[in-house]
Write a protein that binds this ligand. Structure first.
Ligand code: NAD
Length: 477
């Protein structure tokens, strides 16, 4: 059992007067971690303490901050297996996936450590005796509020980028993965000056208290509803708000593709991490010409997955994060079936402990069903048959979200139309996942705003000071 401690003002074990929360293993319901809950007063004190060391960290040489981040990445690397084990124990994903998430996080820390010190601003020559330059500066105090679905990778991105650009950071990890957040904070803190990183634990009320504080940036990765509450808080406090939120990513399957390969892609997109990925495939628009072969192959893939606890080698489909979330997933499936859709695989609540949910394929879905329009965040593949690629694109574009979308097509002209016409932050052609290392993403509409990844995140956590220099008395230098 992990016993989590908070880090406030450089002191481990501070606060926690708000009570205690216990996380249960989603595979069997056994208790995994206990974590303190911060009070609003502790949150306020943590922000005040962070503000107190902000100027010193901001004044550190960029190369020194980068060296500290490299040492922090070394410490995370040394704790990598513990972090992966904690992730799997707290949120259930297969251990190899958890290891992959930790490795991705370490890679991001190192990438930011390399990129940050070489950043510069523009220089303009207004005249022979005048010069303007733009100097990036840290924004100050950053609140980073993170989710549970890939806790190390997501947190390393936000924390690494904010710290290396000279900000002090208060991290509030998800209440579903507090031990993972604590192990990460311990590793990072071991390489940083005291007080530069703080860790506050607890639920949404702690996140709300933090985002209502006098901070300079609130960076939130999580659900759209939470993102909107944070945006409202930011409108009151004046903090910059960076939101990487939910999605309902479409997959459009064109008439000219191999239905077996398309089903393989769909299965990966829908069932990896039990569908609990922000850019998971949430709805499928398949051309009528290939729909039968595609759906049959997808059903076969869903039924072939090895289901079990994430810690068992060979598990391909772990449990959902908890039963509350499983109820949400099953509720959407049940509503779609009540409205006329048909279950081809899965779709029933299994007996036994834990929060398992089977890989589910539902055919006969319509574009207006909640299962199709809303984020499900579970291992569910709703299939909508369309009569043309244009209809598929039209449906794909019609969404309150704007995170990412995939098209599978052999037609260059359809691929070109897809990236031009889909109003999302990322368009993928012929692969549901992937993308070059360091790739950035800028979601739209209900999915948030601002860059959440990539070198551009360094800019999000920086502000720019414009300096105009002129020779005195209109003379010469
Ligand atoms: P969530 O928004 O419920 O929780 C995320 C964090 O916000 C947690 O730390 C939580 O305690 C905190 N929080 C909750 N209510 C709050 C409030 N009122 N004010 C401030 N903070 C609050 O999301 P989740 O369930 O942990 O994560 C799943 C969601 O995250 C999905 O919608 C998924 O799509 C999204 N997600 C998006 C991305 C992306 O890059 N776009 C990446 C991963 C996950």
């Amino acid at each position: 059992m992990y016993t989590v401690a908070q880090l406030i003002g450089g002191v481990w074990g501070a606060g926690g007067e708000g009570g205690e929360l216990v996380v249960h293993d989603p595979a069997d319901g056994s208790p995994v971690s206990r974590a303190p809950v911060a009070t609003a007063d502790e949150v306020a004190k943590a922000v005040e303490a962070a503000r107190g060391v902000a100027a010193e960290w901001a004044a550190a040489a960029p190369a020194d901050r980068a060296a500290a981040l490299h040492r922090a990445a070394d410490a995370v690397e040394a704790a990598a297996e513990d972090l992966a084990q904690a992730t799997t124990a707290e949120m259930g994903k297969p251990l190899d996936d958890a290891r992959g998430g930790v490795a991705a996080g370490i890679g991001t820390l190192r990438q930011y450590a390399e990129l940050a010190p070489v950043r510069g601003g523009r220089t303009l020559h207004g005249g022979h005796d005048a010069l303007d330059f733009m100097a990036p500066e840290p924004r100050g105090v950053v609140a980073a509020i993170t989710p549970w679905n890939d806790p190390v990778a997501v947190s390393c991105g936000l924390l690494g980028a904010a710290l290396v650009t000279g900000n002090v950071v208060l991290h509030k990890p998800s209440e579903r993965t507090p031990a993972t957040g604590w192990l990460l904070a311990r590793a990072l803190d071991s390489a940083l000056p005291a007080g530069v990183l703080s860790l506050l634990t607890g639920g949404g009320e702690v996140g709300a208290a933090l985002s209502g504080q006098d901070v300079d940036v609130v960076a939130h990765v999580g659900s759209t509803a939470t993102g909107r509450a944070i945006a409202a808080a930011g409108a009151r406090t004046g903090a910059k708000v960076l939101l990487e939120n939910g999605g309902s990513d479409p997959l459009v399957v064109d008439a000219d593709v191999d239905p077996l390969w398309a089903a393989e892609q769909a299965a990966l997109g829908c069932f990896a991490n039990a569908g609990q990925i922000c850019v998971a495939v949430e709805r499928i628009y398949v051309h009528r010409d290939v729909a039968d072969g595609f759906t049959d192959a997808l059903v076969a893939r869903a039924e072939a997955l090895t289901v079990g606890p994430g810690r068992d080698p060979g598990t391909q489909l772990g449990p959902l994060v908890d039963r509350r979330h499983r109820d949400h997933v099953h509720g959407q499936v049940t509503a779609a079936v009540a409205a006329g859709a048909r279950v081809r695989a899965g779709g029933t609540l299994p007996e036994g402990p834990g929060a398992f949910y089977p890989a589910t394929v539902i055919e006969g879905c319509r574009h207006d069903m909640a299962l199709v329009r809303e984020e499900t965040f579970g291992p569910v593949a709703p299939v909508v048959v369309v009569d043309s690629f244009s209809e598929g694109l039209r449906c794909a574009a019609d969404s309150p979200y704007g995170l990412a979308a995939t098209v599978l097509t052999g037609s260059m002209s359809h691929a070109q139309r897809a990236w031009r016409e889909l109003p999302v932050g990322t368009v993928k052609v012929n692969a549901v996942f992937g993308g070059a290392p360091g790739g950035a993403a800028q979601p739209r509409r209900g999915s948030g705003h601002g860059f959440g990844y990539g070198p551009e995140l360094l800019d999000e956590f920086s502000t720019v000071k414009v300096v105009h220099l002129e020779a005195p008395g209109r003379g010469h230098w």
